[in-house]
Design a protein around this ligand. Structure first.
Ligand code: ZN
Length: 290
């Protein structure tokens, strides 16, 4: 029976590929020449033992996944086989505030903003916006994540307009974005199009709200009335401002700087103020001295 099931699974997947499935963000070409069984993924020939079953030829899913540098997943409950991105691992070097981290990722230091949640401010450049609760949330995140190895899961956009990585952060098998909501230290903040888990998040928030967890009290979050369960902190990508940086560098410039002029439009990150740029982890260009 077990064997039968396996054949069944690879059969489905090969059919999916024949239908011209593209995997991930890049365009992937998978050619299957039936009967003679030559399989190529992105032009590269796959070496795999094929299986003939009931007169149909199957290719092991794992071989295709490996050629794509992906992993095979199997969900017994839904009988679903999948090809997934390998988890991206990082180490937390510093917690900036409740929902922002500095991590070591692929050998460089990166800022990570947790998607879909918002904790009260604690390091805002406008000090009037900083709240004691922001400090509490920050300390909580520190206690759970500082120095830890984590996994990053992405949604539609990998970075925000400040060049920060947008991620769901997994630690010890749990998603920390959900943990913050569960404990009432954060509320749901939608960042379309990055809304993969928004329904789960709202459910968890409702539970925390009902039980007065963390900063929830009498149906308010940290004294604020929350309408429709969601705080709409959508931050559109800025197309203009006084200072500009590139997502590939950590310098910001006056818009007239010769180094500013060569930043391609899709790499530009705009800031209204010097403080905003510094908070996002950028430092002043030594040439134009903004
Ligand atoms: Zn400059």
């Amino acid at each position: 029976m077990k064997k039968l099931l396996r054949f069944f699974v690879v059969g489905i997947i090969v059919l999916a590929f024949l239908a011209g499935t593209a995997i991930g963000r890049t365009t992937t070409t998978i050619e299957v020449v039936y009967n003679t069984v030559n399989i190529t993924v992105n032009g590269q020939k796959i070496e795999a033992d094929n299986i003939l079953y009931n007169g149909v030829t199957y290719v092991p899913l794992r071989a295709v996944a490996e050629a794509l540098n992906k992993e095979v997943g199997w969900d017994q409950d839904t009988m679903t086989a999948s090809i997934n991105d390998k988890p991206e691992t990082a180490t937390v070097t510093r917690v900036v505030d409740g929902d922002t981290l500095v991590v070591n990722y692929k050998g460089s230091e990166e800022r990570v903003r947790l998607i879909g949640v918002d904790t009260p401010e604690s390091v805002h450049p406008d000090v009037a916006k900083n709240l004691p609760e922001g400090k509490v949330a920050s300390e909580y995140t520190k206690s759970k994540l500082e120095g830890k190895d984590i996994e990053l899961e992405f949604d539609v956009q990998e970075r925000d307009q400040y060049g920060r990585i947008l991620a769901y952060v997994w630690v010890d098998g749990e998603m920390f974005n959900k943990t913050l909501l569960k404990e009432g230290y954060a509320r749901v903040a939608t960042y379309p199009p990055n809304v993969k888990y928004v329904n789960d998040f709202i459910k968890i928030q409702e539970e925390a709200r009902k039980n007065n967890k963390g900063f929830w009290s009498n149906d308010t979050f940290n004294g604020e009335v929350v309408k429709d369960n969601i705080s709409n902190s959508v931050t559109p990508v800025k197309k203009e401002g006084n200072y500009v940086g590139s997502i590939d560098s950590d310098k910001y410039h006056n818009s007239t700087c010769r180094y500013a002029e060569i930043i391609k439009e899709d790499k530009q990150i705009w800031f209204d103020t010097v403080e905003e740029a510094e908070k996002a982890g950028y430092s002043a260009c030594g040439v134009c001295k903004p």
